[in-house]
Ligand binder design. Sequence first.
Ligand code: C2E
Ligand code: MG
Ligand code: MG
Ligand code: MG
Length: 294
Amino acid sequence: HADAAMYHAKASGRNNYQFFDQRMNQAAARRFELESSLRGALQRGEFELHFQPIVDTASHRLHALEVLLRWRRDGETLVGPDEFIPILEENGMIVAVGEWVIRTACEQSMAWQAQGLAAVPLAINLSARQFMHDGLVDSIRRIVGETGIDPSLVEFEITETALMQHGGQTLEILRQMNGMGMRLSIDDFGTGYSSLAYLKRFPVRKIKIDRAFVRELEASAEDRAIVAAVMALANSLGLSVVAEGVETEGQAGLLHGHGCQYAQGYLFARPLPAGQAARLLKRDCATDVLPATA
Ligand code: C2E
Ligand code: MG
Ligand code: MG
Ligand code: MG
């Protein structure tokens, strides 16, 4: 990427190089500006959580909610995590912000339960640096103790690459999480680390098929073959599977046909602010289904 672009710019002459240079400066300036306003965003209370349903592909019933971080910048613009999580990862703020996410998600679940709403598992994303931070397990244990949440209502999602970066300590961390009654899912499955050996070594409960394999499922025999292979692997290892980024009835039908039990995507619901998510929890989850609204 950057190196390739630089090479291309140099190779194709001076004007391009200057243009590239200017773009680099703009990108750097934007990043600097983002980074300075991110400092203090936590203290100013600018982060909020949205919740996206994960549903059963057979019944469309609510299975869990994925917790997705948002940044309410300047009191209005809602910034998505792809824009700011890399910055938080780089400057280390992800540790504090990630802890805030876990705590706030647990508090939200307890508040919903206190209102008599359904207790639904929350799937919380962990980033690589947060996972590698020594204090993670202690901070999770503290949050569980202080909020009183049932740990079996908390699942963590981590990418293959992040899981593999931690080397020897990964297994111990996962064991401690399991010991508390918390489960782990592999996020963006199929896009990261290319060895499958970790599925055997680590206590993983669920894999989430990346939306890269779902997007063209209807048109692409290759993607259908990949999904079929992932399902066979998951079945023989006893893992449950969630398909990400399901946007059409056609995709949902194919996934169900392949035996994929859970799905998440705009077909069922977008990530919702807490108030709207609460409305889904008001229905009787045992009998009611989510409307399929594309
Ligand atoms: P992810 O964990 O793979 O989350 C799924 C992303 O796909 C979300 O993007 C969600 O809004 C989006 N999505 C869901 N359904 C569809 C669909 O049908 N079509 C399309 N095109 N997209 C769909 P979002 O919220 O922008 O989050 C992006 C990534 O940021 C997440 O990917 C996750 O890796 C990261 N992230 C989000 N919240 C947190 C957090 O609290 N902590 C950490 N460390 N990372 C987070
Ligand atoms: Mg996720
Ligand atoms: Mg994902
Ligand atoms: Mg992702």
